[in-house]
Design a binder for this molecule. Sequence first.
Ligand SMILES: *Cc1c(COP(=O)(O)O)cnc(C)c1O
Length: 344
Amino acid sequence: MHLSRFPRIRIGHMNTPLEPMPRLSAALGGPNLWIKRDDCTGLATGGNKTRKLEFLIADALEQGADIVITQGATQSNHARQTAAAAAKTGLECLILLEDRTGYTDEAYTRSGNVLLDHILGAPTRTYPGATDMAAAMEEVADELRAKGRKPYVIPGGGSNVIGALGYVNCAIELTAQANDMGLRIDHLVHATGSAGTQAGLVAGLEGMRSGIPVLGIGVRAPKERQEDSVYKLAAATAEHLGIPGAVSRDSVRANCDYVGEGYGLPTDGMIEAVALLARTEGVLLDPVYSGKGMAGLIDLCRKGEFGKGENVVFLHTGGSVGLFGYQGAFADVTPQWNGTGAGN
Ligand SMILES: *Cc1c(COP(=O)(O)O)cnc(C)c1O
């Protein structure tokens, strides 16, 4: 698989580390849990969108764009990384935010990713939940074109065949790391939303016939819909790579039992997962994606889904600055100073 055929700019810190999680593995009684640190891609606190933006921004520059437009939920990590990528490459950036949760507190509407969007120089405009955000972006793009600007529209999550190349790249990187370390990866697990991450991983891993199965833990859509959108994008990405037909439908698996009441709404499992990973490994997850993804992985470990000696890699997709938008959700896990220690 030869990605140098595609335009790419270098804005991420790569390779990201692949590390064992011995204390989490012991706390759960196995399997052997590992973590691929894509929260450490380096761009304005990092995350998975940085890999996608290496290809998307390169395409924007090749097309002569002078401004990028994208959209996401209020606490979108994708919007924040797009604002940073645009700043780094001298493009302007406009962000459309959809209010998917109805939260009105200052922390959610102003702190976390929103604060960083603004510091990075991208103005935001808020739209009510259930707005057709793709249409809203086209409207803004039309207005800009009428004024002589050259807008480049990046879909939500950066999830199209160009963005997915970033996760084909991750599939190649992860496989090479595992080969170097002599690590046999039995399962790869991560949070799946707009589908580009899983689609790129599956296209890359299947295209290389790696034999590494991927499980996406859903954060929004029900299983059927999530698997369909991942499969469609994975198949299109394989075609874009010049290996049409490389992805079979049954290589696309999602478990959407950990969404809770909806996208961006905290669950008990998410809160437990965020606290457990922080307290066993010193790693910060996020409340919307990786926290729910890890909640799923923890539950599957407890149910005995994986063999004791198996090696399971969790892809950490980033987002921890989103924690600052969800201060209230963590009140129940505030540790007590109790005279004999921290009591964790
Ligand atoms: C966007 C995002 C995801 C989901 O990736 P998709 O490619 O949209 O499926 C997972 N984790 C974090 C932290 C994200 O920001």
